[in-house]
Design a protein around this ligand. Structure first.
Ligand SMILES: C[C@H](O)[C@H](O)CC(=O)C(=O)O
Ligand SMILES: [Mg+2]
Length: 394
């Protein structure tokens, strides 16, 4: 069977929400005194935007085939990632077969390895990889989940990340993940406030609703162990990304010392099969949370997931909206998914990458039927009302 070849690759940037979900306006829960590694500096404690969390913006990658069909994807990375796509990665794609996704991934990864391996470069590769899967799905007239082997269940269940798990419960989600508000620099008083917030939420949602803490890399091991111990009596289901992503040894110790029954999760800032192999083999966590837009794309996520599956570890992708849903529905070791509440007060469901995508599926009553994903490719369109800027060409 012959497919058109890849004719052209383009990279655009967009600001204001989209895949860079931290790029929100004033008064949003996602920028309200959330614990971060930068909170040791009082001047950067109140707002993550103050230290530049939203400085990159969204990257949009378009891959056009000879017949004019366009696949696209969005991730975080903005202008520097657009440079990498246009000036470095595009050369491997243009003129290649669209069906050569494995080879193209390999070429993108190894040609950038001397300055890449994790972070921005892998975000750029992920964006290209997802655009290739979108294009392949469109050319074959099949949804991406079908290209991955097909759905293993008819419906996905979601937990919600945001400041109001009590409202998420009313909206039908199976659990709520709270941002941790205070880190080690705020001492015992901050720790007490963290526990008080959890206790308050527990009193609102009852005993059975899942509650989790997202610590966004902000803690040290001692604090993380104390937090886990004190949170245990309030039924914390998991403690997420407590430590620096580089501290594999700390995670292994945290997992050893976490109260029995509490899960340790991490991985949203980890990348590639080699990074996740470290987390898995060092016994760092119970759930890995790769972001498909940051870990190397779908081609890499499939490998990461196979490693995890062989060890009995769950893969619950971080955010990434529709790009992760097409994966989650195809894997038994991804039994539920995350939904990031992008409403400023976390009080209603709005599309995660709002306003950038049209037809972006969202959970209804905390659930999404596979039918909502049954469109060619990833099944989403770019919103023409959003201004795309192409900073580089080649
Ligand atoms: C709420 C967290 O600090 C972060 O913004 C999102 C995240 O880590 C997650 O969804 O997981
Ligand atoms: Mg997280």
């Amino acid at each position: 069977m012959s497919f058109p070849k890849i004719k052209h690759v383009r990279a655009f940037v967009v600001t204001g929400g989209g895949a860079d979900y931290h790029d929100q306006g004033d008064g949003h829960w996602i920028d309200d005194h959330i614990a971060t590694p930068m909170a040791r500096y009082p001047e950067y404690r109140q707002s993550r935007q103050s230290f530049g969390i939203n400085v990159l913006g969204t990257l949009v990658v378009e891959v056009e085939a000879d017949d004019g069909t366009i696949g696209f994807a969005v991730t975080t990375g903005g202008e520097p990632a657009a440079y990498i796509v246009e000036k470095h990665l595009a050369r491997f794609l243009e003129g290649a077969q669209i069906t050569e996704i494995e080879k193209l991934w390999d070429q993108m990864y190894f040609s950038t390895q001397y300055y890449g391996r994790k972070g921005l470069v892998i975000n750029a590769i992920s964006g290209v990889d997802l655009a290739l899967w979108d294009l392949l799905g469109k050319l074959r007239g099949e949804p991406v989940h079908q290209l991955l082997g097909g759905a293993v269940r008819k419906q996905m269940e979601f937990y919600a990340t945001g400041a109001r798990p009590d409202l998420a419960q009313k909206l039908g989600f199976i659990g709520g993940k709270l941002p941790l508000h205070h880190g080690p620099a705020e001492g015992e008083e901050g720790l007490k406030q963290n526990i008080a917030e959890l206790a308050e939420m527990r009193s609102r949602v009852g005993a059975d609703f899942w509650l989790m803490f997202d610590c966004w890399m902000s803690l040290d091991l001692n604090y993380a162990i104390k937090l886990a111990q004190r949170a245990h009596e309030h039924g914390l289901k998991w403690i997420e990304e407590a430590l620096s992503p580089d501290d594999y040894w700390g995670y292994a110790e945290l997992k050893r010392q976490a109260p029995r029954g509490m899960l340790v999760t991490t991985g949203e800032h980890e990348a590639t099969r080699w990074g996740f192999r470290m987390l898995l083999e060092m016994g760092c966590c119970d759930i890995i949370q790769p972001d498909v837009g940051w870990c190397g794309g779908l081609t890499e996520l499939v490998k990461i997931s196979a490693l995890a599956d062989a060890r009995g570890t769950l893969v619950i992708p971080h955010g990434s909206s529709v790009y992760s849903y097409h994966f989650v529905i195809t894997r038994h070791n991804s039994p539920f998914a995350e939904f990031l509440m992008m409403a400023p007060k976390a009080d209603e469901v709005v599309p995660m990458f709002n306003p950038l995508l049209l037809d972006e599926p969202v959970p209804v009553n905390g659930r999404l039927d596979v039918g909502a994903l049954d469109k060619p490719g990833f099944g989403v369109r770019l919103n023409p009302a959003c201004t795309l800027r192409r900073p580089y060409t080649h």
